[in-house]
Design a protein around this ligand. Sequence first.
Ligand code: S6P
Ligand code: ZN
Length: 190
Amino acid sequence: MTLSHSPTATGVHIDLATGILNGQLVSTQRRTIGDLSNVFADEAVRAAMPQDQLAYEVQLYQPIADGTAGGLFFGNTTIYPGTVGGEYIMTKGHFHALGDRTEYYLGVKGEGFLLFMDRDRGYKVEKMTAGSLHFIGPHLAHRVINTGTTPLTFLACWPADAGHDYATIQEQGFPVRVFERNGQPDIRTL
Ligand code: S6P
Ligand code: ZN
């Protein structure tokens, strides 16, 4: 590594009001309604919606190679408000591929729920708001649900070797779903 002896600007910047990341090593992933097959209870309603409608976006800062033991990644996620068949828009959710890898989430804007599930399908829900800090422990699947009427943005920091196991969620889902009922979130066990 070439060490600079005088202070330099960092290669990345976060707007603390919006959670938006800027920098050369920042990339963006977009998930549309079309990318979310079999995520919501009412698959027919999802399939009939505009498939290019943006559901959520992720900005990733990866200053070290994917898979590096001891490395850390940083990113944000913005989930747009809305429902699919009455069910709030949410992330796909995942376990980490290396299941014991942990993560922090930090709420920046908007409101929602962070849903956790363990390997025995036990679950808990934490409220996510601006400034709420969430520790995602080992072997816990995690999904975020936008229960508000504005975009929900949170920051995340996780190990570069964590990886993602989406298949388990695709096959088995989470034990609860969150629907909008009279403008309020209604958590329904399956
Ligand atoms: C990565 C971290 C987040 C999610 C993002 C989208 O470990 O938990 O960056 O990737 O919130 O969620 P999902 O479930 O579609 O990856
Ligand atoms: Zn994760």
